[in-house]
Design a protein around this ligand. Structure first.
Ligand SMILES: Nc1ncnc2c1ncn2[C@@H]1O[C@H](COP(=O)(O)OP(=O)(O)O)[C@@H](O)[C@H]1O
Ligand SMILES: [Mg+2]
Length: 424
């Protein structure tokens, strides 16, 4: 790290390159040094990589770091596995679409030798010709059965006898699939490649609150598919992310600033990246020669992070709060206030009172019925169904990342939504 220069010594281009290397809100981590708090999950994937016939399913909420975990595991355990292709599912993807995506990716990344006459011969049986020096593919392969798909994979992905590494195919965003046939096809294919002893492993990733929702409960699933669950990160690990970025950019944040970022992020590493990115950009522009991040730079950074957050979150927030009145804003803040992901009506109402008490220039909803109506409206499609009702009288965010976004907005409007949990 000693090669890296202090902010003020960096030309803009070098600064941007260095920042993007350490801090990437929209790009997954693949460098083991940058993956915080995932030792247990990495070990689970390693065990699955080392077990013959075993595939994996990484599941958890959006933004917790599934894609990052898988890519980092492939880099870290490169003695055991190598990445053949990573593809992402879309709503209408068929098994054929995905197999073609996988094949194109394998060819494009140079994972097969396109000059290999033997391979060319085998592929021609599938109606495929590799043409030109870039190995461009004009045809689509049509694969009509799970057995056929297994044969096809064994044709393109040959064993590495020397180093005995298996190929990994990442099928990401599995939850997007609406076509049950595609889901069934891939779970069956994972089993078939185990039976056929191919040197290939699937790693599926998907957003889910419960794995059975995603793949259904086949009895034999456990034998060839290992589930790796990812929970939001603990605050200590979010702090590690911010500290790592700060250390490598040669700036320092004090403890209060670091814990505040963790409170906003509420377990979602994306927010630590977004906020650090903006803080360090602000520091580069405003205080390039200082080591310590000033209160002004910090606040400016968080504000910029809030205004530049993912459009998905901004849209959801706007859909919920911009409804002819601005009264929904603090109602939503009061659900995001404090440590609990799911809150009872009474505590939401009490927190609302506290928040409104601190905002002298804003007028609170006049009575409890009014407040309840606003809260319930936030559960309806007319407000983007941003909240969900659980047990009677309990409310939570439908998308926990939106909760973090709301915390960031509140903070950038000078409202602190309190502690997260700091257990480790
Ligand atoms: N363990 C981690 N340590 C540091 N940063 C992480 C970690 N996991 C994810 N990230 C960052 O968080 C963001 C979201 O991660 P991603 O892997 O895309 O989540 P998911 O696939 O679950 O939606 C990315 O910016 C990534 O760089
Ligand atoms: Mg992902």
């Amino acid at each position: 790290m000693s090669d890296y220069k202090a902010l003020g010594d960096l030309e803009r281009r070098a600064f941007v390159d260095q920042l993007n290397f350490f801090c990437h809100p929209s790009e997954e981590v693949s460098n083991p040094d940058q993956l915080m708090g995932r030792d247990r999950a990495l070990n689970e994937l390693r065990d699955s990589f080392e077990t013959n016939g075993m595939n994996s399913f990484v599941w958890g909420l959006r933004g917790v770091g599934k894609t990052s975990l898988v890519h980092t595991a492939c880099a870290k355990f490169s003695d055991t596995v190598r990445l053949a292709a990573a593809v992402a599912c879309e709503k209408g993807s068929s098994s054929n679409d995905l197999l073609n995506d996988i094949f194109r990716r394998v060819v494009k990344d140079g994972k097969v030798d396109i000059k290999d006459k033997n391979l060319a011969g085998k592929l021609s049986l599938y109606g495929l010709t590799l043409s030109g020096s870039g190995g461009k593919l004009r045809e689509r392969v049509e694969i009509d059965s799970v057995n056929h798909a297994s044969d096809f994979l064994s044709t393109i992905l040959t064993a590495d006898f020397e180093r005995r590494r298996d190929w990994v195919i990442v099928v990401d965003e599995f939850d997007q699939l609406e076509n049950q046939d595609t889901i069934d096809f891939f779970t069956a294919l994972a089993k078939q490649i185990s039976v056929d002893k191919l040197p290939v492993k699937f790693v599926f990733c998907g957003v889910a609150a419960n794995l059975n929702d995603l793949i259904g409960s086949h009895e034999s699933v456990d034998r060839y598919l290992k589930a790796v669950e990812l929970k939001p990160l603990l605050d200590g690990h979010i702090i590690d992310i911010s500290k790592y970025v700060a250390f490598n950019m040669k700036v320092e944040l004090h403890w209060g600033q670091l814990t505040r970022i963790a409170q906003i992020a509420a377990g979602y590493p994306h927010f630590a990246h977004v906020i650090m990115n903006e803080i360090i950009r602000a520091a580069y522009e405003q205080t390039p020669d200082a080591i310590d991040i000033s209160a002004e730079v910090y606040r400016f950074g968080v504000q910029r992070a809030a205004s530049g957050a993912a459009t998905r979150l901004q849209n959801a927030y706007d859909a919920a709060t911009k409804k002819g009145t601005d009264k929904y804003i603090e109602v939503l803040w009061s659900v995001a206030d404090g440590q609990l992901l799911e809150k009872q009506f009474k505590s939401i109402r009490d927190d609302y009172a506290r928040i409104m008490g601190a905002r002298a220039d804003r007028k609170a909803l006049s009575n409890e019925t009014h407040f309840r109506n606003h809260l319930n409206a936030l559960c309806k499609p007319s407000h983007g169904s941003v909240l969900k009702r659980g047990k009677v009288g309990w409310y939570k965010f439908a998308d926990p990342m939106l909760r973090s976004y709301v915390r960031m907005i509140a903070f950038s409007s000078d409202m602190d939504l309190g502690e997260e949990s700091f257990e480790n």
